[in-house]
Ligand binder design. Structure first.
Ligand code: GDP
Ligand code: MG
Length: 297
């Protein structure tokens, strides 16, 4: 009997703003972090989330900036579609069950005509429509493009999303796990956020706590309204350092938080809710386990 092969690959979710891309990804990843930054300095195709299954790893790739390009939407959509079809194994084209195919969607589909990767039509928000109208919708879209599969889902209720993952899995080529299975999402971005906080600590405390600060971003979540909630721990080695960072009546920590938040908001181009904690982790810089935990290998 042949051994079961491992399958893996890159998947991008494209579609008009508001069709439910982020919601779908959150649903598939089980409430894990989905963050959609689209700064030019980050790599063009960013990892948005990694879904590990027995025998399979699906790496979801961000398609940047769609929500920001309203005025140049059509051109932009084409660019995004073009760049992502070159580099992924499967394309999920997400549309809404309760609207007709729009111009923007036809534009994307025309672009996808050159795609090497199989395109799966995902009809989202099925909770909003009756079954019959869904069939019509499937027919209307199928006449526009030879989709490899058509999967109706409700990202909101989770209806059909398991089926969708199954369909994706079957389309992925054989390949290794690209990432260790404890990595769930975009680690580099968390790392950058931690570095920003660390830099503010140094700057504002005038190096009174040099080399003894490790910042760990413990949670990083994009809410449906676009706000990103971040909670981070500033680890120091001694109580005296904790005192300096918190400051009189918490003034210093507040300052650190305000400045760091401002910069993180610029980086992510969205409102940020930043929660900071200070923890004394004695001699973390000597402790292998802690070093690893804090991101210093
Ligand atoms: P994106 O711009 O494509 O990432 O869309 P979002 O994921 O931000 O979703 C846009 C809006 O549609 C949000 O208000 C979601 O709550 C809503 N939404 C997403 N999926 C569903 C769904 O399956 N059913 C319903 N009723 N609403 C949904
Ligand atoms: Mg989104």
């Amino acid at each position: 009997m042949a051994e079961q092969q491992f399958h893996s690959g890159f998947v991008s979710i494209i579609g008009r703003p508001n069709v439910g891309k982020s919601t779908l990804l959150n649903r598939i990843l089980g409430d894990k972090i989905v963050i959609t930054s689209d700064k030019p300095q980050t790599t063009r195709n960013r990892i948005q989330g990694i879904h590990n299954l027995p025998g399979c790893q699906i790496v979801f790739i961000d398609t940047p900036g769609i929500h920001r390009a309203k005025s140049r939407l059509n051109k932009y959509m084409v660019d995004v579609a073009l760049s992502s079809i070159k580099e992924v194994d499967v394309i999920l084209f997400l549309v809404e069950a309760d609207t007709k195919p729009a111009n923007q969607e036809e534009t994307i589909l025309n672009t996808l005509a050159n795609a090497d990767a199989p395109v799966v039509l995902v009809i989202n928000k099925t909770d909003l429509v009756a079954k019959e109208s869904l069939l019509e919708k499937m027919a209307a879209y199928s006449s526009l493009y030879p989709f490899r599969a058509v999967v109706p889902v409700s990202a909101l209720t989770g209806d059909g999303t398991d089926k969708l993952v199954q369909v994706v899995r079957e389309l992925l080529p054989e390949g290794p796990a690209y990432f260790p299975d404890d990595i769930l999402t975009d680690v580099p971005e968390r790392f950058v956020v931690a570095e920003i906080i660390r830099e503010k600590v140094f700057r504002l405390t005038h190096d009174e706590v040099p080399y003894s600060v490790a910042v760990v971003v413990e949670s990083f979540k994009e809410r449906p309204d676009g706000l990103v909630a971040i909670s981070a721990v500033i680890n120091v080695e001694r109580d005296s350092q904790k005192g300096i960072i918190i400051g009189r009546k918490g003034e210093m920590l507040k300052k650190i938080g305000i400045q760091a938040r401002g910069e993180i908001e610029q980086l992510l181009d969205t409102k940020v809710f930043l929660e900071l904690f200070v923890r004394v982790s004695r001699e973390w810089s000597e402790n292998k386990q802690m070093l690893k935990e804090f991101g210093y290998e």
